[in-house]
Design a protein. Structure first.
Lengths: 448, 682
C-alpha cells in the first residue's frame, strides 16, 4: 500500500502552476482523463487553498473547491460545512452547479446557506458557529464549485493541507502560503520527499499535487495521514485576544500559556478553610496530593464553557470554587492552586487526547493539543492528575492519553514530557463470579 | 397561522389583578423539606439517577393581553449520573410568537456535614444565550455546586405575545416524577381547547370558575371589574419514568401530556372570532394555498413528461407504477420533511431536486396529467408524534404523500426514495393516520404495511471433528430490511456487505466469499448468499464439541427490559422470520442429550415461536420460526410478551453437545431410541 503511494507522489510535480487555457469550459467532464477517474463516483477537480498572512493577528484563507459528481453516492460533496468563531469570519461564500459540459446551471442562493450554532454535546456554551451550504442536482455527472474566504482576526492555528481527503481521484490540489517579507515560514510535511516551491522573493510557498489516482477501497478506513500528503504550517509570532506569543520553540509556546494562567490561582477563603480542615500537619506531600485530588473530585464536575479565548484561558480558581465546575484547563488550574496553597509545585500539561490521535510532532512546535492535565513532581513517584474525572485514581492516566508526548508548562516555558504507559497488570480486570445452578430449566443465579 | 391583533383605544384604569385561585400552589420556592434533602435513593425505581420532586407550570392572560407562563421545577439529584438534571436549556422564539424570558432564578441545596442546608444561587452571569438560529435563542445554564444528594430548583417566567400560543405541558420524563401540575387560567369568553392524553391516571383533572381582576391593556378589553375565568388543573402524582423503550412510535407519544389551543374568543369590541375551524375548512385553505394546492399543476411540461412516461401503457395501474418509478429515480429528495413547497412543479422538473412536498406535488401533477384520480394526503410521521385530531391545525403535520386511485384500488405513494417499490408503505408512516386533502371531505386513512414481511435464511453447516466449521447460507430479507440495505449500499462490495450483515467480528466467523443477486430489482427481496468458515466458532473441550446452531439472526437479548409498560408495543408491521440450519456432523459423531422441540405462543396476539430439531444419520436439521402476527400489542399483554422473549432467548442460546458415538452397538441403538421417543412426545 505505502509503496504504491510513494510511487504516486514521485510524480507530483512542482512546476510553475500551468494556467489552464480557456479551451472550452475548464470543468467540462471531458477534461477528466478516463484513466484518472477509474470507477470513482467523484473526481476532485481543483482544491486550492491560498493562505495569506498579514501580520501577527490577521490572515486570510481563500479556498476554491471544485468536484465532479458522477452518481448519487457522491452527492454529499454538495454539502460544505464552514465552522467559524469570534476569531474568524466567513465572507464571499459563493457556489455554483455546472452541467457535464461545464456550463453553469445555477448559482448558490442565500436560501442554500444555513447559519447555525455549532453547539457540541459536551459544552454548556460555545460561541462557535457553522455555515452550511448545500447544492444538489440530479443529472449526472455534474460539477460543483465553491469559493470562500475566511478572515482571521487573531490566530493560534493555521490551516492544514491534505492532498486528498478521500479515496477519490484528484486532478489538482494546491496550497499556497503568502507570508510578509522576511518571514520564515515554519512548515511540516509527512512525506520527506515533498518540498515546497518557494518564490524568488521568498514570500510565497506552494505545495501542489496533480492527477492522484483513485485508491482502492482496501484503503478505506486507513488514516488520512497515510494516504495523503499532509502539510502543516504554523505561525511564529502571534497574537490572539491581546495575548501575544511566539511558537518557534516549545519553550516559547509554554511561556504563552503560562501567561494566560497568570493571576488565576488565588483561592477564596472558603477553599482555604476547606483544605486546612482536610490536611493534617503530619501528612507527607503524596498524602496531601491524594487528599486534595479527592477533594476536587468530590466538589467539582466537568462543564465546558467556550467563549472567545476561553478555548485557551482557564477560568480562575475562585470561579471553580464558587461554581463547583469547570473544564479541563479550569479544573487543572484549580488543582494546581490548591496544591500551591499547601506548598506543592505542580504544572499544567497540554496534551492531545482521543482515539484517533497522532503522535506529537516534536520538531514542529505548534498547537497540537486539546486537553490539559496536571503533573506533580514528587520525590518518590511523581503523580499525574486527570482533574475532569470524578472516578480516576490519583496518578491514573486515561487510556487515550497514556504513553503520549505532551507539553509541560513551567514558569520558564514549555518542556516536552512523556506520559507513562500503563502496564498489563494495571489493565487486568478481575471478575469473581459465583454461580449457583438450579435443576429446573435454565434458571441461573449468581454473584458477580 | 393567524396572528391575533386587536387595536383598541388605550384607557388608563386602576385595578388589582388578582386571580382567586382555589388551590394553593403545590410548591413554595423557599420551603425545602429536609426529608427531601436526606433522601438517598428512590426505592420504586432503583435505576433512577434523579427524581422530579415537583414540576409546576401555570399559564394565564397577563395585563398586557399576552400569555404569561410561570414554571418552577424542583429536582432531587441522587447520584453523579443525574448531574445532567442540573443543566437547563430553554428555547425562546423571536417571532411567531415573540417570547421574552425573565426572572430566571436557580439554586442548589446541599446538606453540609452538620446536617445544615447550604444554598448556592445561580448567578445571572452564568446564564448563557446561544443563538441557535435567527428565530431561536437557547437560554442555557447549569447550577453550581452539584453533589450527589443535592436538590436543584429553577423558576422563570415567559411572556408570549400571541394568545394562540398557550404552552403545552408534558408530565413525565426519563426519571420518575412525584408531582407534576399544570394550570391554565383564561377568561370565559376566550375559549381554549384543552386536550390531554396519557397512560398514567390523573391525580386531579378539573375545571372551575374563578374571578380575576386585570389592569392595563387587558382591562381595556375585558373590563376592569372582576372577570369570570376558567381555571383548568391537571395533576399527576408519583408517575414512573419513561425511558427509551423498544417498538414505539416516538417515546413522547406515551407520556401524559396536555395540549392547549385557542379556539375562539368573543369580546365586546372585536366580536366573535374563531381560530379553530373544522377539518374541511383546513383542507379547503390548504387547497387554496399557493405553497400547497397551488403547486399541484398540470403544466405543459408536466403533461409532456407524463405522456412520455406512460407511452404504450394501457392500464391505470401500470401508469401509476411507471410514473412513481420515474419520479423516485429521477428527482433527488433533499431530505426536508415538510408539507409545503417553495418551488413549482416546472422548477422541480428542471432542477431534478425537491423537498418531500415538492416531489409529491410533482407526482400528483403527473398522475393528473394522465387522467388518474390523485390527491395529497397529509400526515405526521411516527417520530413526529401523533396528531391531536381535535385541533384542526395544519402545523401538526410534517409530511405529505400522494393518493392515487385505479380501478377499485387505492395506492399511497411516496416517491422520495429510489429504492422503495411503489407498493411498500414507508416505515415512518406505519400505523399513522393521514388526512386526505380533497375538497369538501375530511377523510382519514390509516397506513398499514401492504405485504407480509418475511425474513428467511437457510444455512448449510459442516462441522469438522476438530471443531472447525464451514458452510454456506442464503438469506432472503424482508421488504423493510431489503430497503434499508439498498438505501445504505454505498458501493459496498458483496463480501463487505455480508460481513456487516452477519456481524462476523463478534461471531469469530469469516466470510470467504459472497454473492448478491437482484441488487437493483427493488421489487424483489434482497438476497445474499455467502460462504463462511471458522476455526473457533464452535468450542471444543476434550472429545466434546459445543455448537450454537443458530449461527445467524439468533435472538440474544430480550428487547423488553422495563418491569412494567403502561403503553402498547408498536411493531409497525407484522413480521415473520425463519432460520433453517442443516448441520452435517463429522462421521461417528452424534448429538448428546438433544434439546427438546419448543413451541411458545401468545394466542390472542398471533405471537408465535417454534424450534424443531430433526436428526437422520449424521445430519441434523434445526428450524427456528418466529412470527409477530400483528403490529400492535396492548400493555395488558406486556408481561406475557416479555416472558415470551425470555423463553425465546433461552431457546435460541441452547447449544448442541456433540461427541463421538459410543462404540458399543447396544448403546448406540438405545440412544437413538430415546431420542426418537423424546421427539414423538412433543
Amino acid at each position: 500500500m505505502m509503496k504504491k503511494l510513494r510511487w504516486l507522489f514521485l510524480f507530483v510535480c512542482f512546476l510553475l502552476p500551468t494556467s489552464i487555457l480557456a479551451s472550452g469550459n475548464q470543468y467540462d467532464v471531458k477534461n477528466i482523463p478516463a484513466s484518472l477517474r477509474g470507477n470513482a463516483d467523484a473526481v476532485i477537480r481543483n482544491y486550492t487553498t491560498r493562505f495569506e498572512v498579514d501580520d501577527e493577528s490577521s490572515a486570510e484563507e481563500k479556498v476554491t473547491f471544485v468536484v465532479t459528481i458522477f452518481d448519487k453516492d457522491a452527492q454529499d460533496y454538495g454539502e460544505l460545512d464552514l465552522p467559524y468563531d469570534k476569531f474568524t469570519e466567513i465572507d464571499e461564500l459563493d457556489g455554483m452547479i455546472l452541467d457535464a459540459k461545464g456550463d453553469k446551471i445555477r448559482d448558490l442562493d442565500d436560501d442554500d446557506i444555513k447559519d447555525n450554532s455549532d453547539l457540541n454535546n459536551y459544552s454548556l456554551y460555545q460561541d462557535s458557529r457553522i455555515k452550511t451550504a448545500e447544492l444538489y442536482y440530479n443529472k449526472f455527472p455534474y460539477t460543483i464549485e465553491y469559493t470562500y474566504k475566511i478572515s482571521y482576526n487573531g490566530y493560534l492555528e493555521w490551516p492544514t493541507w491534505y492532498s486528498r481527503n478521500s479515496l477519490n481521484p484528484v486532478q489538482l490540489s494546491k496550497l499556497e502560503v503568502k507570508v510578509p517579507d522576511n518571514y520564515n515560514l515554519r512548515y511540516w510535511c509527512n512525506k520527506e520527499l515533498v518540498v515546497p516551491q518557494i518564490s524568488i522573493d521568498g514570500d510565497l510557498y506552494t505545495w501542489e499535487a496533480k492527477d492522484l489516482k483513485p485508491l482502492s477501497s482496501d484503503a478505506a478506513g486507513e488514516d488520512i495521514e497515510d494516504i495523503a500528503t499532509v502539510v502543516r504550517i504554523a505561525p511564529s509570532n502571534f497574537e490572539i485576544d491581546d495575548y501575544d506569543g511566539n511558537m518557534d520553540t516549545w519553550k516559547n509556546f509554554g511561556l504563552w500559556y503560562y501567561k494566560l494562567c497568570k493571576g488565576k490561582h488565588k483561592l477564596p477563603t472558603g477553599a482555604i478553610k476547606d483544605i486546612k480542615s482536610l490536611i493534617s500537619p503530619n501528612d507527607n506531600s503524596e498524602q496531601k496530593v491524594i487528599k486534595l485530588y479527592k477533594y476536587i473530585q468530590s466538589h467539582t464536575r466537568y462543564v465546558s464553557v467556550e467563549l472567545g479565548i476561553g478555548d485557551w484561558q482557564p477560568f480562575d480558581a475562585t470561579y471553580v470554587y464558587n461554581h463547583g465546575y469547570g473544564d479541563c484547563k479550569a479544573l487543572s488550574n484549580y488543582m494546581i492552586s490548591l496544591l500551591k496553597e499547601e506548598g506543592i509545585t505542580a504544572y499544567p500539561v497540554l496534551i492531545y487526547g482521543g482515539s484517533s490521535a497522532h503522535p506529537l510532532i516534536k520538531d514542529f512546535p505548534s498547537n497540537q493539543f486539546n486537553h490539559v492535565i496536571v503533573y506533580v513532581p514528587l520525590k518518590k513517584d511523581s503523580l499525574w492528575l486527570e482533574c475532569t474525572s470524578q472516578t480516576d485514581l490519583p496518578g491514573e492516566v486515561d487510556w487515550d492519553i497514556e504513553n503520549r508526548e505532551a507539553l509541560m508548562v513551567t514558569p520558564h516555558g514549555g518542556v516536552l514530557i512523556k506520559l507513562p504507559k500503563s502496564t498489563p497488570v494495571q489493565n487486568t480486570q478481575v471478575r469473581d463470579i459465583k454461580v449457583a445452578l438450579s435443576e429446573n430449566d435454565a434458571a441461573v443465579s449468581g454473584i458477580i | 397561522m393567524k396572528v391575533l391583533k386587536i387595536g383598541l383605544p388605550l384607557l388608563l384604569l386602576f385595578a388589582f389583578q388578582k386571580s382567586l385561585l382555589a388551590q394553593d400552589p403545590p410548591i413554595e420556592w423557599d420551603i425545602i423539606p429536609k426529608s427531601d434533602l436526606q433522601m438517598t435513593l428512590y426505592p420504586k425505581d432503583p435505576d433512577a439517577t434523579a427524581v422530579i420532586l415537583c414540576d409546576y407550570g401555570q399559564s394565564h392572560i397577563s395585563d398586557d393581553f399576552e400569555v404569561e407562563y410561570n414554571r418552577i421545577t424542583r429536582i432531587k439529584i441522587l447520584n453523579k449520573n443525574g448531574f445532567k438534571w442540573g443543566t437547563f436549556s430553554i428555547p425562546i422564539r423571536h417571532s411567531q410568537p415573540k417570547e421574552e424570558i425573565y426572572d430566571i432564578k436557580g439554586a442548589t441545596y446541599n446538606l453540609d456535614s452538620n446536617g445544615k442546608m447550604i444554598t448556592t444561587e445561580l448567578s445571572d452571569d452564568d446564564i448563557f444565550k446561544q443563538d441557535l438560529s435567527d428565530d431561536v435563542t437557547l437560554y442555557r445554564f447549569t447550577l453550581p455546586n452539584l453533589k450527589p444528594g443535592c436538590i436543584v430548583q429553577v423558576k422563570y417566567t415567559i411572556d408570549i405575545d400571541n394568545l394562540n400560543y398557550m404552552p403545552n405541558w408534558t408530565f413525565q420524563t426519563s426519571e420518575p416524577t412525584l408531582w407534576s401540575e399544570y394550570r391554565i387560567c383564561a377568561p370565559v369568553n376566550m375559549v381554549y381547547a384543552i386536550v390531554y392524553r396519557g397512560y398514567e391516571p390523573w391525580f386531579a383533572n378539573d375545571v372551575q370558575k374563578v374571578k380575576s381582576y386585570f389592569n392595563g391593556k387587558t382591562a381595556d378589553i375585558l373590563g376592569a371589574n372582576s372577570v369570570d375565568c376558567y381555571l383548568s388543573r391537571y395533576v399527576v402524582k408519583d408517575v414512573p419514568a419513561i425511558r427509551d423503550e423498544p417498538f414505539v412510535t416516538t417515546i413522547d407519544d406515551y407520556k401524559n401530556q396536555v395540549n392547549v389551543q385557542l379556539s375562539s374568543y368573543d369580546f365586546y369590541l372585536s366580536g366573535e372570532q374563531h381560530f379553530l375551524k373544522d377539518w374541511k375548512t383546513v383542507i379547503s385553505a390548504l387547497l387554496d394555498d399557493d405553497s400547497f394546492g397551488g403547486e399541484i399543476n398540470v403544466t405543459d411540461n408536466v403533461k409532456k413528461t407524463a405522456l412520455n412516461i406512460v407511452k404504450g401503457l394501457t392500464t391505470d395501474q401500470q401508469k401509476i407504477e411507471a410514473i412513481y418509478n420515474w419520479v423516485s429515480r429521477s428527482i433527488v429528495c433533499n431530505g426536508e420533511d415538510r408539507v409545503t413547497a417553495d418551488k413549482d412543479v416546472d422548477d422541480v422538473l428542471e432542477s431534478k431536486e425537491g423537498n418531500d412536498a415538492e416531489i409529491t406535488f410533482l407526482l400528483i401533477s403527473l398522475l393528473k396529467s394522465c387522467g388518474i384520480n390523485s390527491s395529497p394526503v397529509i400526515l405526521s410521521t411516527r417520530d413526529n408524534g401523533k396528531i391531536w385530531k381535535i385541533y384542526p391545525l395544519v402545523n401538526q403535520f410534517n409530511y405529505v404523500i400522494a393518493m392515487a386511485k385505479a380501478d377499485s384500488q387505492t395506492y399511497f405513494l411516496d416517491a422520495t426514495d429510489p429504492y422503495r417499490p411503489y407498493n411498500l408503505t414507508p416505515e415512518k408512516m406505519l400505523g399513522v393516520e393521514g388526512l386526505i386533502v380533497k375538497k369538501d371531505t375530511a377523510q382519514w386513512v390509516t397506513f398499514k404495511a401492504n405485504n407480509p414481511n418475511f425474513n428467511n435464511v437457510v444455512v448449510n453447516l459442516n462441522l469438522d471433528n476438530n471443531g472447525s466449521i464451514s458452510g454456506n447460507m442464503q438469506e432472503f430479507f424482508g421488504n423493510y430490511k431489503s430497503l434499508d440495505i439498498r438505501d445504505n449500499l454505498d458501493g459496498k462490495k458483496d463480501k463487505e456487505l455480508a460481513e456487516s450483515l452477519f456481524n462476523t467480528e463478534s461471531e469469530n466467523v469469516s466470510i470467504d466469499s459472497a454473492v448478491v443477486t437482484d441488487k437493483d430489482s427493488i421489487e424483489t427481496s434482497f438476497k445474499i448468499q455467502d460462504w463462511f468458515s471458522s476455526l473457533n466458532y464452535a468450542q471444543k473441550y476434550g472429545k466434546m464439541i459445543y455448537l450454537d446452531p443458530l449461527i445467524v439472526n439468533r435472538i440474544k437479548e430480550n428487547p423488553f427490559k422495563s418491569a412494567i409498560r403502561h403503553f402498547p408495543v408498536d411493531y409497525g408491521y407484522p413480521r415473520q422470520t425463519m432460520e433453517v440450519i442443516n448441520i452435517t456432523l463429522p462421521n461417528c459423531f452424534e448429538i448428546k442429550d438433544p434439546p427438546d422441540n419448543k413451541v411458545y405462543r401468545i394466542d390472542n396476539n398471533n405471537v408465535y415461536y417454534e424450534k424443531l430439531i430433526q436428526r437422520e444419520g449424521n445430519k441434523v436439521q434445526i428450524i427456528s420460526k418466529m412470527a409477530i402476527g400483528q403490529d400492535i400489542i396492548q400493555p395488558e399483554d406486556y408481561d406475557k410478551l416479555k416472558k415470551f422473549y425470555s423463553l425465546v432467548v433461552s431457546s435460541e442460546s441452547e447449544q448442541l453437545a456433540i461427541g463421538p458415538k459410543e462404540t458399543k452397538d447396544g448403546d448406540q441403538k438405545m440412544t437413538k431410541q430415546t431420542a426418537q421417543k423424546e421427539t414423538s412426545e412433543k
